[in-house]
Design a protein around this ligand. Structure first.
Ligand SMILES: NC(=O)c1ccc[n+]([C@@H]2O[C@H](COP(=O)([O-])OP(=O)(O)OC[C@H]3O[C@@H](n4cnc5c(N)ncnc54)[C@H](OP(=O)(O)O)[C@@H]3O)[C@@H](O)[C@H]2O)c1
Length: 251
């Protein structure tokens, strides 16, 4: 299933949570993976040592990147392309939340979520698109959210960034389909990572009551969907959003 042998794939925010699972699953399926961290180099180093013990070889590496800074993204793209000239896949996974009800939301909290999640994905995608266009191959996977599909009180900035990413992805899918490049999204529901750990017990119960499968998902469950979209098994899919949400939203 979802063989990724020989594929070179770049993943943002691989140091923990969903990104870390994506990196591990891709490497287990035979891909060589470059991934980024933002502040936690220790987690990135720990993950790399796990990867190096796999059969997929010693080509994996990580870099520091701040998605909110154009220069940082440009420099990472350049460095990745020196090793992955014929890059096969990109996963725009890294993302942040800065929640608050709108009347209390600071302009800088609105801006930083849009800048990191939406504009950051634009910068990464733009950077890797040229070599993909030249090679006439590629699969880009953008991690959005169920919140971008339904909206959520207290997350107007985050919801806008994720809905924006979906619309962005469909537009790019149309621009590059004729060159055999596919662009798809995965919209996770409620996944057990640090992003969701800080929620109060009440909010957690409220969310659980809205999930037909009656449980929070593990990050691996998102990673398997990413592996599928990066593999040739999904080669007739573009401009789509795969929902991995336990039935929380049926769009
Ligand atoms: N968890 C959920 O329930 C859920 C649901 C729907 C969608 N999602 C989406 O799935 C993706 C991953 O979420 P997660 O729960 O795994 O998040 P997480 O545990 O908070 O991890 C976030 C990752 O992004 C990196 N990062 C943070 N700020 C960054 C920046 N400014 N520039 C570059 N990288 C940055 C972090 O690096 P460091 O480790 O170095 O800080 C980390 O690797 C996000 O796009 C999120 O919106 C999550």
């Amino acid at each position: 299933m979802s063989d990724l042998k020989g594929k070179k794939i770049f993943v943002t925010g691989g140091s923990r949570g969903i990104g870390s699972s994506i990196v591990k699953i891709l490497a287990k399926k035979g891909a060589t993976v470059a991934f980024t961290y933002s502040s936690r180099e220790d987690s990135a180093a720990q993950l790399l040592s796990e990867l190096l013990s796999l059969d997929s070889g010693a080509g994996h590496f990580y870099l520091q990147m701040d998605l909110a800074k154009e220069e940082s993204v440009k420099s990472v793209v350049e460095q990745v392309l020196t090793k992955f000239i014929d890059i096969d896949g990109v996963v725009n996974n890294a993302g942040i939340t800065k929640d608050g009800l709108l009347l209390r939301m600071k302009t800088e909290d609105f801006d930083s979520v849009i800048q990191t999640n939406l504009r950051g994905g634009f910068l990464v995608t733009k950077g890797f698109l040229k070599p993909m266009l030249k090679a006439r191959k590629g699969s880009i996977v953008n991690i959005t959210s169920v919140i971008g599909q339904t909206g959520n009180a207290g997350q107007a900035n985050y919801a806008a960034s994720k809905a924006g990413t979906e619309a962005f992805s469909k537009s790019i899918a149309l621009e590059v389909a004729s060159r055999n490049i596919r662009v798809n999204c995965i919209a996770p529901g409620f996944i057990a990572t640090e992003m969701t750990q800080t929620l109060s017990e009440d909010v957690r119960k409220q969310i659980l009551s809205k999930i037909p499968l009656e449980r929070i998902a593990e990050p691996e469950e998102v990673a398997y969907a990413a592996a599928f979209l990066l593999s040739d098994e999904s080669k007739y899919m573009t401009g789509q959003t795969l929902s991995v949400n336990g039935g929380m939203y049926m769009g």
